[in-house]
Design a protein around this ligand. Structure first.
Ligand code: COI
Length: 354
């Protein structure tokens, strides 16, 4: 399919790229493609970024049939544009699509469309340390209908946001509240997908955690509220007595691409790492025994975020004296080094645009 390109005639003023917030500014163009039952995906186009016209009855507004992705583009010191593992994002988008009864996309076509969009908006890629062009592909159900069934029409869009680090703390350790009242999802539901509903159901607990002085919530499993799952916008890793442990993918945890990359790096370095079920009691026991050595979150937006404090019920666990740990720092340096091109990409993770 040929992608038509309509360039903006009124380029927007760019924000100052120093101290960029996350996800607040948007580049000049966006990618759009439509779907109709019986016709498939059609009319791929890059057009000026702007409002969508949708009927109030569009199904996405009522039953949240929607999926999204998040990935980043960086500009290396020699000016080349680099995407971090973009095929993995569109492969995962198809996993989400299958669960939400949304038609699949052609992964190679999506990466090609993304390259064209990012190339056109390359001046929007920040070069400041810690900043990047955050890319948000998403699909929404657009049928004008109030019955509950899959939509027959959809829109797929990609928008781009020059963004700084997700957490204002930067690489300073964040404080996380272990949520013991609300749950995010249960096995068999949509926890393993990237769909807006997972995040909608998380917001209330996050508000309460913020009021208590915590950045995010650590979710426990939705049945027994015993086993660690993931943090609001990240997967979670613990280093216990020399071994790095992360909850195994069980159907209710997002298969994070930074999570996958972290595990692959640790294995390459010969650091013991396991994906398994891990209870919050085990974490607390390890803490009390002086064996909880490091804790960090991984995510596209957050990259690698050290956790300095975990609060579970009345227990406050201060980890590594609230300092970034050695493994956390090494994973952060390596992933950001590969992303920005200051370290060799031995795993062939980066796709260059130009
Ligand atoms: C990402 O890390 O890209 C995400 O999609 C998390 C988002 C909720 C900010």
């Amino acid at each position: 399919m040929n992608i038509s390109i309509t360039k903006t005639t009124t380029p927007k003023a760019k924000p100052t790229m120093d101290n960029l917030p996350f996800g607040k500014y948007f580049s000049d163009h966006m990618f759009v493609m439509d779907y109709a039952e019986g016709k498939g995906w059609y009319d791929p186009r890059i057009v000026p970024y702007g409002p969508l016209e949708l009927e109030p009855s569009a199904m996405v507004f009522h039953y949240a049939q929607e999926i999204f992705e998040g990935l980043k583009a960086y500009k290396s010191k020699d000016g080349h544009v680099r995407l971090f593992r973009p095929y993995k994002n569109f492969e995962r988008m198809n996993v989400s699509a299958e669960r939400l009864a949304i038609p699949a996309l052609d992964v190679d076509f999506c990466v090609d469309a993304l390259k064209q969009l990012v190339e056109l908006d390359r001046d929007w890629i920040p070069e400041q340390e810690g900043a990047s062009l955050y890319i948000r592909p998403f699909i929404i159900a657009t049928d004008e209908y109030l019955g509950v069934r899959p939509s027959d029409t959809y829109k797929f869009l990609i928008i781009c946001s020059p963004s700084g680090l997700y957490y204002p703390e930067g690489l300073d350790p964040v404080k996380i509240y272990v949520e013991d009242k609300y749950v995010r999802t249960v096995r068999g539901a949509t926890g393993f997908t990237k769909t807006g509903g997972n995040y909608a159901s998380s917001i209330k607990a996050q508000v309460i955690a913020h009021e208590r002085g915590y950045s995010q919530v650590l979710w426990l499993d939705g049945v027994e509220q015993k086993y660690v799952e993931e943090v609001g916008s990240m997967n979670i890793f613990f280093k216990i007595d020399g071994e790095v442990v992360t909850p195994m993918l069980n159907g209710s945890i997002l298969s994070g691409i930074t999570r996958m990359s972290t595990i692959e790096l640790l294995k390459k370095w010969g650091v013991p790492v396991s994906e398994r079920r891990i209870s919050i009691q085990e974490i607390f026991d390890a803490y009390q025994a002086g064996k909880l050595e490091e804790c960090f979150g991984t995510g596209t937006a957050a990259i690698i975020s050290p956790v300095g404090e975990l609060r579970w019920e009345d227990h406050v666990m201060t980890i590594n004296d609230n300092q970034i740990g050695e493994i956390t720092q090494r994973v952060f340096d390596t992933i950001t080094g590969i992303q920005t091109g200051t370290m060799p990409d031995e795993m062939n993770w980066v796709v260059t645009v130009d």
